[in-house]
Design a protein around this ligand. Structure first.
Ligand SMILES: Cc1cc2nc3c(=O)[nH]c(=O)nc-3n(C[C@H](O)[C@H](O)[C@H](O)COP(=O)(O)O)c2cc1C
Length: 301
């Protein structure tokens, strides 16, 4: 048996294949398409303290090479999540990573405390692509000093491993990755979506109700791969690669440039079984070569 499991801080994943927040519901919605117990884990949709209705529609538009979304962090809120959603997913044996959404540092800390009551949550992933309402609405993800402070505050509010999810909408993503590491993050995950827009030429309007949205899918893979490679060289904590992963070949590329694990996002809309297929394919790839996962990770020459 080749070694297949990886560590994210003190969280042990049985394999490095995860699904990305916002593309996989709260997990159980996908149970008919793949065996969730086979995954390394899944990241839930971003959860906020109170429920959120999200942005006006249309909220998703297809482009030539990926999708634009402006869901606006619609979610059921922390109490409903703990009382109604958790009982439905607690029985799965893969890691459950809860994605955190808040619009102030205080709310991030409060949310981490509320959700830490649930022992079955294995880790938190903090979404930094959120507008910081108290600081005029600019995203948390662009300010290294704030990221360090916020990471330290959330880390001290919970015993669970904390993954900080970085925004690609910055000049040098290594600076924000290093800030998360300095604040005590157990890992960083990247990338979130790239901000874009789309126009309805007939009506001369924006297509998305929110005018702008986040681009995901195959279009962003080369950008994500470059950023993951750069960050993996800059930090000592594990890096989780995200962005346009559609197949086992994409998974391998991210692991080779230094990702310890990966998340599959937009592909779940096209092929909801993709993550399970990638687990099987990665196991086959390693077994055929008699290679352990550790020798694959960061093997770029
Ligand atoms: C419809 C949709 C909703 C998303 N919601 C969230 C979210 O709630 N929190 C978050 O951190 N990222 C969210 N994301 C970003 C994804 O988790 C992922 O980082 C991004 O889509 C890039 O990966 P991909 O190209 O494989 O989709 C969302 C993406 C999509 C497409």
């Amino acid at each position: 048996m080749v070694k297949f499991g990886v560590n994210i801080g003190n969280l042990r994943l049985q394999n490095p294949i995860l699904t990305a927040s916002g593309t996989f519901g709260y997990g159980s919605e996908f149970a008919g398409f793949l065996d969730l117990n086979r995954l390394g884990g899944f990241c839930t949709k971003g959860i906020s303290i109170k429920p959120r209705a999200g942005n006006p529609s249309p909220r998703i538009v297809e482009t030539a090479s990926g999708m634009l979304n402006s869901i606006g962090l619609e979610n059921c809120g922390s109490e409903h999540f703990l009382n109604v959603v958790m009982p439905k997913i607690a029985g799965y044996s893969c890691a459950i990573i809860v994605n955190l959404y808040a619009s102030s540092s205080e709310d991030f800390v409060e949310l981490a405390k509320i959700l830490s009551r649930e022992p079955r949550i294995d880790a938190f992933e903090m979404n930094l692509s959120c507008p910081n309402v108290k600081e005029g609405g600019s995203a948390f993800g662009a300010d290294p000093k704030l990221i360090e402070k916020l990471t330290r505050a959330v880390k001290s509010a919970t015993e669970k491993p904390l993954i900080v999810k970085l925004s690609p909408n910055v000049t040098d993503i290594r600076e924000t990755a290093l800030a998360a590491e300095a604040g005590g993050a157990d890992a960083v995950s990247l990338i979130n979506t790239l901000i874009g827009t789309a126009v309805n030429r007939e009506k001369r309007t924006f297509i998305l109700g929110n005018k702008i949205g986040g681009l995901s899918g195959p279009a962003i893979k080369p950008v994500a791969l470059r950023m993951v490679w750069q960050v993996a060289q800059a930090v000592k904590i594990p890096v989780i690669g995200i962005g346009g992963i559609m197949s086992i070949e994409d998974v391998l590329d991210f692991l080779i440039v230094g990702a310890t694990a990966v998340q599959l996002g937009a592909v779940n809309f096209v092929n909801p079984s993709a993550a399970g297929e990638c687990v099987d394919a990665l196991e086959r790839y390693l077994t055929e070569r008699g290679e352990d996962i550790d020798s694959l990770i960061g093997s770029i020459r």
